[in-house]
Design a protein around this ligand. Structure first.
Ligand code: KG4
Ligand code: ZN
Length: 327
């Protein structure tokens, strides 16, 4: 039984996980607090985490129906993420673990996104390829054991989620941009604009999204106000298709390169229905097993951190008191 905390970005999260079973998974989203800035303001995030972390931990324990005595260990995201935001979770977890003399597990956030796939129902066993696409990271992870993964390829500039967030901003949509673009795209034509699916023809498994963002900027600039209004949905649909097209092109190449039998998705962008559809098609064509966790386990949450913690050596009291956050 593990109590985990996750505060690496703008969600304050605590969860209790018992083996592969989620007992509680509390997420307090700060999205509304950051929306008016069009993105996460790190110092605002840290201050919100500070206010929210205790009530969120209380809620996670209460919902799970457990107390500190029932816990085998605590776990926390040590990095990567925003330093001030991470510090709140790390300091809280250290304090709670020390006060109760429990071991503490330090978890890598990206390992957490992979480990969301190890939870009930129908946990996925390695080996598999996991495409992690979030606001801060885009990676193809080769997962051969539950406690570690190899980076097969990653973005050379922006993350996929970042490209969607910045694209949404150019289109005058809200934050977070991924869901906003997804909603508007349902009314648009994905072939209306010919955005570059960068890197698709390049060798290797790395990604690049900054050129795509610039292409959208130019397309928006070339339209007058009325045209932009009329074609906003087409822009959203075409832009989303280009982001998803690059993700699936590289995933397909990773599958061609290696002898993988199963595929998983992770990170906030994995909640995107076009990406889920395309990946489903790709896996059906190749007769591969595909694991798609529900949207609330794709975006940041602490259940995935507890899940990863099961496969990491716990640090006994009081050794973790020296820990720092790893931005
Ligand atoms: O994993 P996550 O919650 O936080 C990070 O670790 O970054 O991912 C957040 C990212 C944001 O960029 C957000 O726009 C994107 O995931 N996102 C989506 C969707 N839901 C969240 N992108 C596309 N479609 C969605 N439905
Ligand atoms: Zn994340």
């Amino acid at each position: 039984m593990i109590l985990a905390l996750e505060t690496s970005c703008d969600d304050t999260c605590a969860a209790v996980v018992d083996g592969a079973r989620i007992r509680s998974n509390v997420i307090s989203s700060q999205a509304a607090a950051h929306a008016r800035y069009g993105g996460v303001v790190p110092e605002v995030a840290s201050r919100h985490h500070l206010e929210l972390v205790n009530p969120v931990v209380d809620a996670a324990l209460a919902e799970a129906g457990v107390g500190f005595d029932d816990l085998d260990a605590l776990a926390v995201t040590r990095g990567p993420g925003l330093i001030g935001a991470l510090l709140v979770g790390v300091a809280t977890a250290k304090s709670l673990a020390a006060a109760t003399r429990k071991p503490l597990v330090g978890v890598d956030h990206l390992h957490g996104h992979v480990a969301a796939n190890f939870l009930d129902p129908e946990p996925l066993d390695p080996p598999f390829v996991c495409l992690i696409a979030s606001g801060g990271h885009t990676q193809l992870a080769g997962v051969r054991e539950p406690g570690a993964f190899d980076v097969l390829g990653q973005t050379l500039d922006d993350a996929a989620g970042e490209a969607l967030d910045k694209g949404a901003r150019l289109l005058g949509l809200g934050y977070p941009g991924g869901p906003a673009i997804e909603r508007l795209a349902t009314e648009g034509d994905p072939e209306a604009f010919d955005f570059p699916v960068a890197m698709a023809r390049e060798p290797g498994l790395d990604f690049s999204f900054s050129g795509l963002k610039t292409a959208l900027l130019y397309a928006v600039r070339d339209l007058d106000r009325g045209e932009l209004e009329r074609r906003r949905a087409d822009l959203a649909a075409s832009y989303q298709a280009a982001v998803v097209g690059q993700l699936t092109a590289k995933l397909e190449r990773a599958l061609e390169d290696g002898d993988w039998q199963a595929v998983a998705l992770g990170g906030g962008v994995a909640a995107n229905s076009l990406l889920r559809e395309r990946t489903t098609d790709l896996c059906e064509e190749r007769d591969l097993r595909l694991k798609l966790v529900p949207g609330e386990l794709c975006t940041d949450n602490a259940a995935m951190i507890a899940s990863a913690a099961r496969f990491v050596e716990p640090t006994p009291y009081p050794d973790y008191l020296e820990w720092d956050a790893l931005a």
